[in-house]
Design a protein around this ligand. Structure first.
Ligand SMILES: Cc1cc2nc3c(=O)[nH]c(=O)nc-3n(C[C@H](O)[C@H](O)[C@H](O)COP(=O)(O)OP(=O)(O)OC[C@H]3O[C@@H](n4cnc5c(N)ncnc54)[C@H](O)[C@@H]3O)c2cc1C
Length: 261
């Protein structure tokens, strides 16, 4: 069972700042972390290797500093990691991101399953996983909360839906996106930490992936962020003042006045 985990490095949420002039994220001086849901994707890859054998490879597209996230992934159990980094990848929207990740997945001699997080903390679109499956032309299951079993060339998973869950069978290879209910990510092992320090992490460019630069990054993006703004606060309700007890009395009085209670 050879698994590819897609992992994105994101700014720690509390630190996100937007440049009011350009409308883009200010990345300088911000602490970066592995997108939290991607740690669940990685943990699931490692658990599948423990159950069925094979290897777990991690890929990430981003600037050179993403190497730190990939080393952390190795300390958490990944066998190998590849960084996709090139100035030509800058400004990628979700499609151009998925297109580049798909080229890296296709470059692998053999893979059975691609695991992504459900969504990221920063872009937060949840589009990359399904787009990746579409580009690779393989099956896709979203919101996976349990990988029940892999038999032959099939996978059976449980996916969360609004009012319960569904059991889905899909042929391999497949792409799944996972929710945090799927597992509890482990802490790095001492052996993993040691291995992560010396592991070679290849950096692949558009040329290495055989991609035309007009199809990646901003040039290959179908969407543009035209404007980014915080919606204006509107105050249509009423805020009761004073001690909590007084506020509750006012609220009850108002509900009685309007006939609600
Ligand atoms: C409003 C807005 C503003 C943006 N501004 C900027 C900006 O200023 N600068 C900038 O660089 N980017 C910016 N982007 C981000 C860019 O579009 C995304 O980084 C990228 O397309 C991934 O989309 P996402 O974060 O929504 O991923 P999602 O679709 O939410 O991610 C799902 C899963 O896909 C995988 N994945 C996603 N991205 C990667 C990756 N890069 N490598 C490996 N796996 C990945 C992970 O497993 C992740 O859990 C912006 C996006 C939006 C929506």
């Amino acid at each position: 069972m050879n698994t590819v985990v897609c992992l994105k490095q994101v700014p720690d949420t509390g630190d996100v700042k937007i440049d009011p002039r350009t409308g883009t994220l200010i990345r300088e001086g911000i602490k970066n972390i592995i997108n939290p849901l991607d740690t669940y994707a990685l943990e699931e890859g490692v658990r599948l290797r423990e159950r069925y054998g094979g290897k777990v490879a991690v890929i990430s597209m981003g600037p050179p500093q993403v190497e730190a996230a990939l080393r952390e992934a190795i300390s958490l159990g990944a066998d190998e990691a590849v960084l996709l980094s090139d100035r030509a990848f800058a400004g990628a929207d979700t499609w151009a991101t998925a297109f580049t990740l798909a080229a890296a997945v296709n470059k692998r001699a053999e893979y059975d399953l691609v695991i992504c997080g459900q969504q990221t903390l920063d872009g937060d679109t949840g589009q990359v996983g399904p787009e990746l499956a579409e580009i690779l032309d393989i099956s896709f299951v979203a919101y996976v909360s349990q990988v029940e079993e892999v038999t032959g060339r099939h996978l059976r998973v449980r996916r969360l839906v609004e009012d319960g869950y569904e059991i889905i069978e899909a042929p391999l290879p497949a792409v799944i996106t996972v929710v945090k209910e799927i597992n509890l990510p482990r802490l790095p092992s001492l052996r993993g930490i040691t291995r992560s320090k010396s592991a070679a992490i290849p950096v692949l460019t558009a040329k290495d992936l055989g991609l035309d630069e007009s199809l990646v990054g901003l040039a290959g993006s179908f969407t543009r962020v035209v404007k980014l703004f915080s919606p204006e606060r509107t105050c249509s309700g009423e805020i009761f003042q004073g001690e909590a007890e007084n506020q509750v009395d006012c609220l009850i009085g108002r509900l009685k006045d309007t006939g609600i209670i």
